[in-house]
Design a binder for this molecule. Structure first.
Ligand SMILES: *Cc1c(COP(=O)(O)O)cnc(C)c1O
Length: 341
């Protein structure tokens, strides 16, 4: 094994082509045998379902070099399971969960030279997805699909470490109450690009989306869930059918209850209530947890008590425990770490 010669600490969050990717094709009503291939390009028909009607679902997870030198992934079984749910929602044939895990193992093992070394803060990001590959022109599901899983080494999502970020309330909605917000699908991101670019142009880090029906409850950002901390040891997180069920958030809830003795409450949270919380964070695989310094809604500003310069003590603690578990520095709950090598 010879690690690739990359500047691991400065690779950023962008696509690097790695050696191998896994593919399996769905045809005649079943998933065929999978294989590792070298070609990063895909040739599909100009009228493929993914190109015309965005029939696609995806996942995102990471492989890490643990402290003892082994290569591990974090709760990939939950990604496998969530992808089944996402696929069902878009009439895509689900990829079997066991096979998803085998694909993860195979891709990581085949690209082990690309897994960043321990201590660099970087990891190998894995992107499994399924897309409709055969032509459609009338509006209907395609007949054939491809499951593909590629990998790319990534640095920390926010360069410069866990610095508090600023959110702005988006004037657009992310997800309808009975729409596709709870599914991990590219289509939810396509519609978020306009408002995300606008937020960045206006100097904000991310959008905060409100519930589409009443625009009075907070939901999540474009790609991460939100957690809120009170000064009397409660962790509150918004409850809504249009929020994507984050695996990072589910893990944080478990840690909050079992390691930090916080009371966890999932409920609807009104925008006006934000000022009652002392700390807030965005959570997702890409950044693990990003402390929120303030939220801006037009003329209105809510700044959390640790401000823009400090990370609050509870968020900091959660971040430390979770990242130490992912890197095998402290033991994780049973079944959370899948050792690959
Ligand atoms: C992927 C995603 C998240 C984060 O989920 P994790 O499983 O924690 O990575 C949150 N919100 C949206 C919209 C997402 O697509």
């Amino acid at each position: 094994m010879t690690k690739k010669n990359l500047d691991w600490k400065n690779i950023g969050f962008q696509y690097h082509e790695t050696d191998k990717r896994y593919i399996a094709n769905y045809k005649d009503g079943s998933w065929g045998e999978g294989q590792l291939i070298s070609d990063p390009n895909i040739v599909i028909n100009e009228s493929a379902g993914v190109l015309q009607y965005c029939q696609q679902v995806f996942e995102g997870l990471k492989a890490y070099t643990a402290k003892d030198g082994s290569i591990v992934t974090f709760r990939p079984d939950l990604n496998a399971e969530r992808m089944v749910q996402s696929a069902k929602g878009l009439r895509i044939p689900p990829f079997p969960e066991e096979r998803f895990l085998e694909a993860v193992d195979q891709v990581v093992e085949a690209n082990q030279d690309w897994v960043p070394p321990y201590g660099t803060g970087a990891s190998l990001y894995l992107r499994p997805y399924i897309f409709a590959s055969t032509p459609v022109i009338g509006i209907k599901p395609a007949t054939e699909y491809q499951f593909r899983l590629y990998s790319t080494p990534v640095g920390p999502y926010f360069k410069g470490g866990a610095k508090p970020i600023t959110l702005t309330v988006s004037e657009y909605d992310r997800a309808a109450p009975k729409g596709t917000g709870h599914l991990k699908a590219g289509l939810n991101y396509a519609m978020s690009l306009n408002t995300t670019v606008k937020a960045h142009e206006d100097g904000f880090d991310e959008n905060l989306f409100l519930d589409a029906a009443t625009r009075s409850y907070i939901e999540e950002s474009g790609g991460a869930n939100i957690i809120l901390i009170t000064d009397d040891n409660k962790l509150v997180t918004p409850k809504s059918n249009s929020i994507l069920p984050s695996i990072t958030k589910r893990s944080i809830i478990y840690l909050a209850k079992n390691y930090l003795d916080l009371e966890v409450i999932e409920r609807k949270v009104r925008f006006e209530e934000l000022e009652d919380f002392t700390e807030a964070g965005l959570c997702g695989t890409a950044a693990v947890i990003s402390p929120i310094g303030k939220v801006v809604n037009g003329q209105e500003e809510v700044e959390f008590s640790n401000g823009m310069n400090n990370v609050g003590p509870v968020i900091k603690k959660i971040y430390e425990i979770l990242t130490k578990m992912q890197l095998g520095v402290i033991e994780a709950p049973e079944g959370w770490i899948r050792k690959i090598k």
